[in-house]
Ligand binder design. Structure first.
Ligand code: KG4
Ligand code: ZN
Length: 337
């Protein structure tokens, strides 16, 4: 069994995964969302302190498994430095005290492997990763051959949902709130721009759209003045622009790729409106669409454990006395993950 730890942002999570069967034998997550809600976003220092309380509490529940562990895995990048360190310190300690190998897991690869929790890998596969930190399309050819085909030049999809929700005083995290409110709204009322629409660039950009939403809110009198009806119409129109943007750029990649399988992963992949648009696109291009069960879309240790099983089989281990965080590497298109 492998014990895996995730603490890259505001979710404290630990899982135990069977190396032989890929089965998730234990999985627990404590989300800090409510604790950050009043700030309209994650406060790193607060997040780090909460991990310091929650991770040991979850670890307590894994006691029956500890003697059977073959390795311990942890997210080491990318993420918030101060929160990553909480998980890393715990993993290093377990590795040293139990004398078992340590596996460092890239969080983005973890999201990709959320597709394969309790399942076998499907490869090659094109993966759209939409989370609070990233918006990318990755060509996953094998465990050790993953290439970023497109990436965001500025904000990520999840982040832009969070910021738009904040602008309207709707709370955090913004994604589920905006998606829900959008159901009551008219998506054709506001003509927000579709980012990079006239550009041939295969990339994403969300900051211009976010600004257009900001200007519209100001025009309508600001967050405190606008009515629920207007907020719903803004949410729906904003979500529609994001969808059109994602689909337009994905289409360009689909046209140039023979890969038959396509997946959406990451926190924002829980958005059913976006999923529906991809269902249509995949039908048009004759691709198989894969999605992740809702409980594993947002950050969790199950996905870290699933990746770690593959790393374990290949004996890709890290020295617990040396492991560090490398969270600021720039991930441009063409980068090998
Ligand atoms: O994958 P995740 O848990 O963390 C990162 O790795 O960043 O993603 C969290 C992000 C947040 O920005 C949240 O607002 C967004 O995912 N999100 C959504 C939805 N549910 C969560 N965005 C759009 N629609 C949703 N239903
Ligand atoms: Zn994530």
């Amino acid at each position: 069994m492998i014990l895996s730890i995730e603490s890259s942002c505001d979710d404290s999570s630990i899982a135990i995964t069977s190396i032989k069967t890929n089965k998730l034998l234990f999985h627990k997550k404590i989300s800090q969302e409510l604790k950050h809600a009043s700030y309209g976003g994650v406060v790193p220092e607060l997040a780090s302190r909460l991990h310091a309380i929650d991770l040991p509490n979850i670890l307590e529940d894994t006691k029956p498994y500890i003697k059977n562990l073959k390795a311990v895995a942890v997210t080491n990048q990318p993420g918030l430095g101060v929160t990553l360190l909480e998980g890393i310190t715990m993993a290093k300690t377990i590795s040293i005290v139990q004398d078992i190998p340590l596996i460092a897991v890239n969080h983005l690869k973890g999201h990709i492997y959320s597709l394969f929790i309790e399942k076998r890998e499907i490869m090659p596969i094109l993966v759209l990763l939409i989370s609070g930190g990233h918006t990318q399309i990755i060509e996953v050819n094998s465990f050790d051959n993953m290439k970023i085909l497109a990436t965001s030049l500025d904000d990520s999809v999840g982040e832009s949902f969070d910021k738009v929700a904040k602008m309207m005083g709707l709370g955090y995290p913004g994604g589920p709130i905006v998606e829900k409110l959008a159901k009551e709204g008219d998506e054709n009322r506001f003509n927000f721009p579709v980012p990079l629409k006239e550009s041939n660039k295969i990339a994403f950009s969300l900051s211009g759209l976010k600004n257009a939403v900001r200007l519209k809110i100001e025009e309508l009198g600001g967050a405190s003045k606008i009515k629920r009806r207007d907020k719903a119409d803004i949410s729906a129109s904003f979500q529609k622009s994001i969808k059109l943007h994602l689909i337009q750029k994905s289409k360009k990649i689909f046209k140039n790729s023979d890969i038959k399988d396509f997946a959406i992963v990451g926190g924002a992949s829980a958005n059913l409106y976006i999923r529906k648009a991809y269902r249509r696109l995949c039908r048009e291009f004759n691709k198989n669409l894969h999605t992740v069960p809702l409980e594993f879309c947002s950050d969790n240790a199950g996905m870290i454990g699933r990746y770690a099983v593959e790393a374990y089989k290949r004996e890709i281990f890290t020295n617990p006395y040396e492991i560090d965080i490398i969270s600021n590497r720039k991930l441009t298109a063409g980068t090998l993950l």
